[in-house]
Structure formats: structure tokens, C-alpha cells
Design a protein around this ligand. Sequence first.
Ligand SMILES: Cc1cc2nc3c(=O)[nH]c(=O)nc-3n(C[C@H](O)[C@H](O)[C@H](O)COP(=O)(O)OP(=O)(O)OC[C@H]3O[C@@H](n4cnc5c(N)ncnc54)[C@H](O)[C@@H]3O)c2cc1C
Length: 500
Amino acid sequence: MKTVIIGAGFSGLSAACYMARAGHEVVLLEKNAAPGGRARQLVRDGFRFDMGPTFYWMPDLIEAFFADFGKTPKDYYELLRLDPSYEIVFGPDDRLALPAGPRAVGELFERIEPGSGRFLSDFLRSARYNYRVAVDKVIHKPGDSALELLMPETLARVPQFLLSLRHTVRRGVKDERLRRILEFPALFLGARPDNTPSFYRFMNHADMGLGTWHIAGGMVRLVEALKQLAESLGARILTEQPAREIVVAADRAVGVRTPQAFFEADTVISSADYRHTERLLPSACRNYSEMYWQHRVFAPSALIYYIGFGRRLERVSHHTLFFDTSFEEHAAKIYDSPGWPDKPLFYASFPSQSDPTLCPAGCEMAIILIPTAAGLPDTPAVRERYYHQVMDRMEALTRQKLRGHVLFRESYAASDFVRDYHAAKGNAYGLANILTQTAFMRPKIRNRKLPNLFYTGQLTVPGAGVPTALVSGKLAAGCALSRIAIPCPHETYDYGSTLR
Ligand SMILES: Cc1cc2nc3c(=O)[nH]c(=O)nc-3n(C[C@H](O)[C@H](O)[C@H](O)COP(=O)(O)OP(=O)(O)OC[C@H]3O[C@@H](n4cnc5c(N)ncnc54)[C@H](O)[C@@H]3O)c2cc1C
């Protein structure tokens, strides 16, 4: 049996592993020169930047993926738990570092707002419970029907689906900075905390309970691990092979055409952006119309800078969030009236702080990311303007000169997401995980007209993120192989013990 997979991001690589293990002859067609999709690496002058994901969260899910193949992450790379997990800068002399582990976080909360530690402890207990429900009972379902969500554990939590995360957090803590810390994980869902159901507090467990980890050598090591695993199972990964057409005959997908060749298939799985995959099909075979995509709420795109500095920097952490401006004003420019924000919040990663092997000795590297509305046109002038704005603010907030030490800089924005990944509206993180775009309400894994065509990746279930892309690949392979979801074999998985 022949399977052709379009796209070698995390979801495509994951699907390739499961299909190859099931005995299929798997060919993975990737349009770019290297696998990894949004997690590719930018190498310049001895600096190695992760272009996309930098937060290694939910290590249990990634470990569960490898366990399905009798492997562990340790077979491929070394993990390091970051402490602090990240730092938030609220002003020049106002910053909080989030320590690793819920107890230390509780002590921090209690110091800042007496009584808040108690709230945090209750909140995190419930967040941990929700995480188990989400991981063990929800995200390994293919999103075929609403019935998948009907179970005692979710029914008992109905009020949490109706109230927002912001509502719960604001009732529990008064200090604005602590509120921002508890609302921050919602941003990983590509949505705003006032539009994120309180049930999604499971992301707070991912943050404070499971922790922030870093792979020695960067996220690209995970890409290499998946590539190695897929190839060891017999999959062939062909780069610079852009799919131009999914060829259909007699109500089946019979293969994929690239400029170089035609690849015959019994099964086709596409991990390319969903809307793009649909455009590779005759219009009568598509699941959704263009109008459908116009009415989706996209998660943000991003304006990103990759910067090499000629010296080490001070007062920065591996993950540093610059939250010194109004979150509401920035969020309104993403979701309410899309436009370029006046004073955006931004995220800066300085991975060489904990992993000096990523750049030449004595140097520092920075990845700076401004979330932006999907679909905004970007121009060289816009990129230049925001570069100077973030440098001005970082210089003031970290009290050091930066520009004079810049060896080089590169930028990346919505138009690059379109060019490199065929991303609808230049999205970085797919669709926002708001209630109406969750689980069975997300674009479907199965093509409704062609029984042997499946979709995987961040626009279908379960949603954006590195670990969820691995789950998505597993789900698509499960649907392709058996037409039913594969149950998660790690329901009682102990995430903490085996990673260190
Ligand atoms: C800037 C940024 C930061 C992020 N930060 C984090 C983070 O810190 N932690 C986290 O967990 N997640 C993070 N994410 C999200 C995470 O990276 C993604 O959800 C995940 O990598 C998506 O994987 P995917 O397989 O769904 O899609 P992709 O990575 O987009 O893979 C799809 C692949 O399909 C290929 N393709 C497209 N069209 C064709 C075609 N016609 N023919 C052949 N190939 C094609 C593309 O080139 C690509 O390789 C981040 C994402 C971005 C963009």
C-alpha cells in the first residue's frame, strides 16, 4: 500500500512514522529545501536560530509520541528544564521571573499578593485535572462529532466552557502582573483570554506544572529526531517537491503531482495548510468554500526578527516577555479592527543565555516576535519601523546599548509565511482555539468526498503547537488506517520522572 504525505512539518513527519510502521510504503513530499515546516532553522555566520517554536511545552505528549515507537526523547536529544521558565518585563524596574515548579510559583504569588497563593494552588489543581481530561479524553479524538465531547468529566465542567479564563483569573487575583502571568498561556491557543473558555486553564498546568524545557541545540533537534525515526521505519522524505495537484479519479485520490513527477497513492495525507490543500483539489472535492475561510478566526501571524549580537547581553532571560504596554490595545489590533499596533507587546528569546552552543563564543542571539493580525500586508518600511521600536524599548527596559552590537538581522513576516508555507492569510499558528473552533468544530481530518484523503496539522484537530501537531499526525494516520481514532495509550503517564 502506498501513502503519499504532503508536507514535512511535525504533523506530516508524525503521520509518516505511523503509516510506515503500519507497513505502508510512505513518500513524504516537502516543498522547501529542509523538513521541519514552521520549525526550520536559520543558520547564519555561526548563529543557529529556531525560526518558529521555541517553547518546548507538554513534554509528556512528545514523550508519549516516541514511546509509541519504543523510543524516548533521550535517544535523540538532551532536555533541559528552564528555571526561570520565563521572565516578564512590565517596566524598567518592574519584572518578574517565573520560577520552575508550582510551589515556587505559589511562594512568588504569595509574596506579591497575600492570599493569592491559595487561589493559585486551587486553580492549578483544577488546571491539572482539566489537562488530564483534555489529553486523555479529548485531544486524541478525530473531531468527527460533538458526541466525542460528551462525557461525565466535561459535563461536570460545563460552567468552565461558558466563563472566560480572564473572568476566573480576575476574580482570583487582583495584582495586574499576576493576572497577566495567568492569562499568558491563553496566547498559546492563538486567542485572547477574554475569549478563551476557563476550561482551557489546562494550559496553566502545561506552563506551571509541566514546565518550560529546552532541547540542547534547539527545536531543530526534534525535527531531526522525527526525520531519523521516519526514515528508520522506511519512509522516504523528498525535499523541494512542491505538490501542485492531488489527482482524483473515480472518487478517490490516486496520487500527487509535483513539477518533477507523479506519485501514485492508495492513501494521501496532507499536512500543508488546510486551505492550500483544498486548492490542490478539483473544487467539487473540497470540504470547504473560500467563504468558509473568510469567516474563520485566525490565530495571529507574527513579525519576527532574528538578530546576532557581537557580545553577551545583560538583564535578559532565555524567554523574555515585554509586557510594558497595553495588552487590550494590542489585542484589539489583532482581533477587533486588524491593523498595525502602535505599541505592541512582544516576546524575545535569547536562547544563547542557556545554550551557548547556538552561537559563536562571546556572542548573543535574539529572536524577537511581535504577534500581528493575520492578513495584514507587511512592507520593508513596516519591518524597519518596528525593528527600531523594539530596539528602543529593549534598550530602555534592559538598560544597555544594543544597536551598536548588532552583527546582522533578518526579518520574517506574514508574506514569508505565505511564500514558505502557503499559509492562509499568512497565519503563523493556524486557527484561534476559541470555543466555536474547538474539537469537532475545527476543519475535519477526513475529506467528505474522497475516502482515502486526510488532512493533518495545525488547522485541523487538535490545534496549533508542536506536541499537538504530533497528535494530529497520529490522528490522521489512525483515520487512514482504521477509520477510527487511535486511543491514547498513555492515560496515566507520569510526565516528570523520566525526562531529567
Ligand atoms: C513563529 C512561531 C512560533 C511558535 N512557537 C511555538 C512554541 O513556542 N511552542 C509550540 O509548541 N508551538 C509553537 N508554534 C506552533 C508550531 O510551530 C506549529 O503549530 C507546528 O509546527 C505546525 O506544524 P504543522 O505540521 O501543522 O505545519 P507546518 O510546520 O506548517 O508544516 C507544513 C509543511 O507543509 C509544507 N507544504 C506546504 N505546501 C506544500 C506543498 N504544496 N507541497 C509540499 N509541501 C508543502 C510546508 O513547507 C511545511 O513544511 C509556533 C509557530 C510559529 C510560526
